[in-house]
Every structure is written in C-alpha cells, then in structure tokens.
Design a protein around this ligand. Structure first.
Ligand SMILES: *Cc1c(COP(=O)(O)O)cnc(C)c1O
Length: 421
C-alpha cells in the first residue's frame, strides 16, 4: 500500500498533519492483534476505541453478517421493518436496564447523543413545557456533532465552536469532598424548572482519560433529576456491554436513566451503528392522533440489516460463559497489576472499574503534550497499542485478550515508568 497516497489524499481525525504526517499502515487484525504492513504485531490494548471487544474479525460475527448480506443488504426503515432489527431489539431490551422499552437507530455515538438530546427537548415541548437548558458534567465527552459537542466539556475539541452551542450548564463530577456542593448546585439549577435533560457518562468518563466517580454520588443526582422531571440521559457509548463489570454502568445505580446511548462495541467493531433506547415514559410523550408530536429524525442507514446482525451476534457473545469469565479474569489481573505498581514513585494514582484500568503518572503535562507521543512510540516499539492522554495511560482491551498478552501490556507500561522524568 502506498503511504504516499495517504499523505496526498487523506485528512485523518484528531490529527495535526503539519506535525504528525505519518500514519502507520495496518494490514490485518485478528483477535487482540493488529498487524502492520511489515507484519509487526501490536496488542490492541484499547480495543480500537472500545469497539472490537470480542476480538478483531470475530469469526462468529463475520459469518453471521456474511450470511445476512447475501439476503438483505439495506432497506428504508420508515414503513418497513425486518427480522435482523426485531431480533436485535428483543435481545437488547432483554439485557438493558429494565425500564428501557424502545430503541431508536442511528449511525454512531455522536448521533445517538444528538437523538437523545432531541428526544428530551421534544419530550417537554410536546407537553407544552418550555425547557431550554441541559446539564452536563465538566470534562464529559459525548461526541463531535453539534448537539453532542455542546454537552461535551473538553475545550481542545470545542474551542472554535463554543459560540454555537446549545444552552448547557456544566457541573463538577461529584466526589467525596464536593458531593454536598454539587447536589446543592444541581438542585439550584433543576428547581428553576427550565432544565430539559441531564447528560452524563455513568461511572467512567472515557475521553477525559478514564476519570471515575462513585455510583452513590451519581445516584443522588439522578434522584434530584427525577424530582424535577429532568430527563436523564446515560451516555453508555463507551461503558456499555460489559466493560464496567456489569452489562451497563447504569445497573450500578438504583435510579435508572430515561434514555441510554449506545454505540462503540454494539456491533463488536465490525460496522458502525448506534442506538438510543428510552423508557415508555419518554416514548409515550411522542404519541398522538396527528403527525406533529412524532419524532422527525431519521438517518438513511437506520437499522441497517447487516449492522443489526453484527449487533445481535455481539450480544450473543457477550452473554456466553466464556466472555463473562474473561471479564472476571481481566478484572482480577488488573487488580493484581495495580497492587504491583501502585506504590511506584512515578505513579501518582491508579483506578479501575471492571475491565477499565488507568494510571496517572507523577508529572504535569498537556493532553496532547510531548510525553503522550513519547509514550505512544515506546509502547508501539514494545508491540502494544495504547493511547496515552496527558499523564494518563489506560487499558481497555478486548475481552478475548490472553493472560500472556495482558502481561506483555503490563510490562510495557511498567517499563515506560523510566520515561517519566
Ligand atoms: C466515543 C464516544 C462518543 C462518540 O461516538 P462516535 O461514534 O465517535 O461519534 C460519545 N460518547 C462517548 C461516551 C464516547 O466514548
């Protein structure tokens, strides 16, 4: 393959091409391994942004999809329906938190959040209730389309667009020392009656470098939201499908969200798709004798049959004893690794939720500072693909990663302590 043509024709995401013109050519991926054009192997320790949790080119998913695509490729999902969608819907509703009743299809995590925001705003509008504000956490990340970007709090992404945003109030993520203040701020905001929705990444803020918070604190906020009829939107695009140790992070709270956003590992990394699920309470507000109360949002590729098939196959895999045992195994391995490095002088702090593990190094640096690139190159030289952010390195590996591949990943991280000055 010609890297020349890449440089000539392609604009990569999240890339400053003037400083970083070179992209590594990946030729093949299998299980937990990526192969470059020279056949070098890299352990995909972040599961290609948390997508291919059952392993790359999983033979079960690819065979199901290959069968499906001989039979029905795509059809408009307005006025038509099909078995791949209904089978998936039934299987997904079965594992979702038990107040979730209806699924709305779109294409990626950002659109699933935009759909959720529009649902929440129209939910109130349909009842003649004017609500124009949304509450979100500081440093949350919900995607790159305008709605999703508006509720995200990471300035590197949003800077140039901040004058074009929805009306969003940002609150700090609660912890043991600020919880009373955050609750007070949350009540002050919601009691005014103009807050339509509260959008949050439950328990783990992915793009903020796997920052974690306690279920009990989030639960407190969800309770308040309920008191003031604020629609709660759990963005489980990253946390969904087993990564936190339960199928969905929302299961750690007693207060269930009205709306849940899903994408990333929904199709096991094979093809793009997203789902916004909601409660009966939300869905019913869109019913009426004429069209105008309906939800006028629809993407061309809604519920694409091949994507639905990949998602159904992925859920079947998630439910297997093998995958459930792997999740336990990885959790335990992370715990052991953390106790091994926790006291190292280069380690500032560690955290873990399910199979998600993060280490903060004892150094101040920018999100995209030089250290990040130095660490990245080091890990790649050790045959491990990790994407450090600022002073954080995290592991979110496919469930099928072997113990040997995990040890290699841990060792690479431990050796990288030498690079921290
Ligand atoms: C990745 C991510 C998104 C955006 O998903 P895309 O598919 O990249 O649009 C939204 N929310 C969370 C929590 C994410 O991790």
């Amino acid at each position: 393959m010609s890297i020349i043509d890449d440089k000539k024709f392609i604009w990569h995401p999240l890339t400053q091409h003037q400083v970083h013109p070179n992209n590594i050519v990946i030729k093949k991926a299998k299980g937990a391994i990526l192969y470059d054009e020279n056949n070098n192997e890299y352990i995909d320790a972040i599961a290609s942004w948390y997508t291919c949790m059952y392993g790359h080119c999983n033979p079960y998913i690819t065979s199901m999809v290959s069968k499906q695509m001989q039979n029905l490729d795509h059809v408009v999902f307005t006025g038509f329906t099909h078995e791949p969608a209904t089978k998936l819907a039934k299987a997904l509703i079965h594992i979702l938190p038990n107040n979730q009743r209806k699924l709305f299809f779109s294409d990626n995590g950002s659109t699933s959040v935009d759909v959720a925001i529009k649902m929440a705003l129209q939910f109130h509008y349909n009842q003649g209730d004017k609500r124009n504000k949304i509450i979100a956490f500081e440093n949350g990340f919900h995607g790159d389309t305008f709605g999703a970007m508006s509720v995200s709090g990471l300035s590197v992404y949003n800077g140039p667009f901040k004058d074009f945003s929805l009306d969003v109030e940002r609150i700090p993520v609660p912890n043991d020392s600020n919880i009373d203040e955050v609750k007070k701020q949350f009540i002050d905001l919601t009691s005014k009656g103009n807050v339509a929705a509260f959008v949050y990444e439950p328990l783990v803020q992915g793009a903020a470098a796997m920052k974690m918070h306690k279920a009990e604190h989030l639960n407190d906020l969800l309770k308040i939201a309920k008191d003031y009829s604020v629609i709660t939107i759990a963005d489980e695009v990253m946390t969904g499908f087993g990564k936190t140790g339960k199928n969905f992070a929302s299961e750690f709270m007693t207060q269930l969200p009205e709306i849940i956003c899903l994408s990333k590992s929904l199709t096991g990394g094979l093809v793009p798709m997203a789902i916004t699920s909601c409660s009966e309470h939300v869905y019913n507000a869109f019913l009426g004798p004429n069209m105008e109360k309906g939800f006028f949002h629809g993407h061309t590729y809604s519920a694409n049959p091949t994507s639905c098939t990949a998602a159904l196959a992925s859920i079947e895999l998630l439910n297997t004893v093998e995958i459930q045992e792997s999740i336990k195994r990885i959790k335990d391995s992370h715990k052991t690794f953390i106790s091994r490095i926790d006291k190292h002088p280069k380690v500032k702090s560690t955290r873990q939720q399910g199979i998600i593990m993060a280490i903060d190094f004892n150094i101040e640096t920018d999100r995209y500072g030089d250290l990040r690139f130095k660490l990245f190159d080091f890990y790649m030289s050790k045959g491990v693909y990790l994407r450090p952010l600022g002073n954080t390195v995290y592991i979110l590996a496919p469930y099928i990663i072997s113990e040997e591949q995990l040890s290699k990943t841990y060792n690479a991280i431990e050796e990288s302590f030498e690079l921290i000055e």
